[in-house]
Design a protein around this ligand. Structure first.
Ligand code: NDP
Ligand code: OAA
Length: 252
């Protein structure tokens, strides 16, 4: 059974720990040690204070559900140590030099970097953008002002522009834009809206290309502990882990 280490023991990790029946969590690390201790109570896995001790455990895969900063800090070491990595804070990979470094290490070590679909659907077949021209990819995300940590009484466009710029300003809210960019191989235009009346995290994807055109709207229930994060993101990782060893792969 695949041995999973959790890098980041916050809201997403707690859903994985409590709802990921059959997932073999064997090590925990969070720089806020009390969060790792909390998950230790749920999983029985040891919680490490030092990242090096966490990484020296017999793990097959490390699941990052921490922050863009944590990916910068630890992803290279995870791959260098011969472990696969799931990166949820994929915004870090908007930095092309960093992304290429990680890919090079993964190739050299024969390891995999897995980017989950996270808080959106449709990433699987949008990968056709890697082989067939796309003329436009737009992500329109609408969240509550609280999620975006701003105050407004009316629906407000808080950002319009490139995904790599948006993730710098909203690293906890728009990782999906970078996932979409990596999937399609196409620049993604982003509109980020704050709406005081919205109760769910809404993502709309518009894509056009030789295949035709595509529109998706998803209204995600937020996680109770962190309204910026959609519950779907945690479910997406549980599903990814559960499918790793299956003989049949569904979706492109
Ligand atoms: N790709 C996607 O579709 C999605 C991506 N995300 C991203 O996933 C990540 C996890 O989300 P969520 O669980 O809600 O976040 P939380 O803030 O609830 O949990 C993250 C945990 O990781 C800790 N942490 C942060 N940085 C580091 C670090 N450098 N080293 C070790 N621990 C660290 C945090 O500590 P502390 O609380 O002290 O900061 C916290 O305990 C976020 O970056 C989020 O933006 C979320 C949803 C969708
Ligand atoms: O959970 C979401 O809806 C999206 C999110 O936070 C992110 O992409 O960083």
């Amino acid at each position: 059974m695949i041995r999973v280490g959790l890098l980041g023991c916050g809201n997403v990790a707690e859903v994985i720990a409590s709802e990921g029946t059959g997932i073999n969590i064997t090590a925990l690390y969070d720089f806020e040690h009390s969060h790792a201790e909390h998950l230790k109570e749920l999983t029985g896995a040891p919680a490490f204070k030092k990242f090096e001790d966490f990484l020296s455990q017999d793990l097959d895969i490390v699941v990052e559900a921490a922050s863009v900063g944590a990916v910068y800090e630890h992803a290279e070491d995870v791959l260098m140590s011969g472990k696969d990595i799931v990166i949820l804070s994929v915004g870090a990979l908007a930095d092309t030099d960093f992304k290429n470094r990680l890919i090079k290490i993964a190739e050299e070590k024969n390891r995999k970097i897995r980017i989950p679909s996270g808080a959106v659907m449709g990433l699987d077949n949008l990968k056709i953008g890697q082989i067939s021209p796309m003329s436009k990819v737009l992500l329109r995300t609408t969240k509550s002002p609280r999620s975006l940590r701003i105050e407004t009484n009316e629906k407000t466009l808080v950002f319009s522009g490139r995904a790599d710029e948006c993730i710098k300003q909203y690293p906890k809210n728009i990782n999906v834009a970078v996932a979409l960019e990596l999937a399609t191989g196409h620049d993604v235009e982003v509109e980020l809206w704050a709406d005081p009346d919205i109760k769910r995290n809404m993502h709309e994807i518009f894509a056009e290309g030789d295949f035709g055109d595509f529109y998706l709207k998803i209204k995600n229930n937020p996680c109770p502990q962190n309204p910026a994060t959609s519950y779907l993101a945690a479910l997406s990782i549980i599903t990814l882990l559960k499918n790793l060893e299956k003989p049949m792969i569904i979706g492109t």
